[in-house]
Write a protein that binds this ligand. Structure first.
Ligand code: HEM
Length: 332
């Protein structure tokens, strides 16, 4: 190669790097801790596997925690912060209160990580790795998690109330909450597939059973036998904290049954079933495709969408900090 052509190559590479460096995902790298904390991924996988043994629901809870972190000021570990003099915790926001769980498992992983690589790995990265391990250990896909996020020094309870979707949101609102963080319809449909495992309390969907949209009748899109099962588990007038499987077929497995359920009127939350309300819509055609094979297309898209979600506004470089304790900022 002549020196002039190698010079042109260097310029092209530099231009290419400048172009991608504007995107958040490219500021993260799956090899970020290869030298500073080589055993990290295995450590997280082992710890999540242990937690799953004692609580089969835990992988689902951890995946949700990562989602609730990323939708509020980016994936900066803010959801993990407790109330303190300087922090109004996101744990008190409506979508999290008496609902978000898995904090102890993240604390346990963090203390194990601190004992082998002190002061190196952020809580936000631990949560992203634990979410991937949770999906994989439940039978879902595996992916290389982009790493290098730093932890935030603030929490945003109002943001958690505002940005996180609620189970009664209309499709338009869901789409706008996702697009506000750079996620599109494929991300919405693929990430909603996380409702293939885990639980939901009766109060999150009981209006569908007894008073759908003020009609004093059940949601007509609910499959009648599923409706009967849910009414039995969630009697009218009860407080509504009883847990229900989000996927009645394989409650703890990560598979594509969620999409079959939607095709059969067996989506648990109103927001789940809404995705399939118009069977000729682009969303429904994605759902039909996810349901039509052994789950491979869903798995492939889910992994990409988790990387997209995990790349929402990360703090990198010298922004933020690496917390010593995931529950509090280093200064407080
Ligand atoms: C599309 C809008 C979404 C809405 C409205 C929604 C709402 C909910 C609600 C109400 C629950 C039950 C909480 C409770 O009863 O305490 C739940 C559970 C869950 N959500 Fe979502 N969610 C959405 C999207 C997502 C996404 C994007 C993910 C992850 C990628 C996710 C993962 C989960 C998991 C795994 C559970 C079960 C958690 C457990 O058992 O602890 N959700 N969701």
């Amino acid at each position: 190669m002549s020196s002039s052509s190698s010079c042109i190559n260097i310029v092209l590479v530099t231009v290419a790097l400048l172009t991608v460096s504007g995107s958040h995902a490219d500021r993260l790298s799956s090899s970020f801790y290869d030298e500073s904390c080589p055993g990290l991924t295995d450590l997280v996988l082992t710890a999540v596997a242990q937690a799953q043994l004692s609580d089969p629901r835990m992988p689902a809870s951890i995946v949700r925690l990562h989602f609730h972190d990323c939708f509020v000021d980016g994936c900066d570990g803010s959801v993990l912060l407790d109330d303190s003099e300087m922090i109004v915790s996101e744990k008190g926001a409506t979508p999290n209160k008496n609902s978000a769980r898995g904090f102890d498992v993240i604390d346990d992983i963090k203390s194990q990580v601190e004992s082998v690589c002190p002061g190196v790995v952020s809580c936000a990265d631990i949560l992203a790795l634990a979410a991937e391990a949770s999906v994989f250990l439940s039978g879902g896909p595996s992916w290389d998690v982009p790493l290098g996020r730093r932890d935030g020094t603030t929490a945003n309870k109002d943001g958690a109330n505002k940005n996180l979707p609620t189970p009664l949101d209309t499709l338009d609102v869901l789409q706008s909450k996702f697009s506000a963080v750079g996620l599109d319809d494929i991300d919405l449909v693929a990430l909603s597939g996380a409702h293939t495992f885990g639980r939901a309390q009766c109060k999150t969907f009981s209006s569908r059973l007894y008073n759908y949209s003020g009609t004093l009748s059940p949601d007509p899109s609910l499959d009648p036998s599923y409706l009967a099962l849910l009414e039995e588990n969630c009697p009218q007038g009860e407080i509504g904290t009883t847990l229900n499987n989000l996927d009645p077929t394989t409650p703890d497995a990560f598979d594509n049954n969620y999409y079959y359920n939607l095709q059969n009127g067996q989506g648990l939350l109103q927001t789940d079933q809404e995705l399939y309300a118009d069977t000729s819509s682009p969303l429904a055609s994605i759902i039909d495709r996810y349901a039509s094979d052994d789950g491979s297309l869903f798995f492939e898209h889910f992994a990409v969408s988790m990387i997209n979600m995990g790349s929402i506004s990360p703090l990198t470089g010298s922004d933020g900090e690496v917390r010593f304790d995931c529950r509090k900022i280093n200064a407080g």
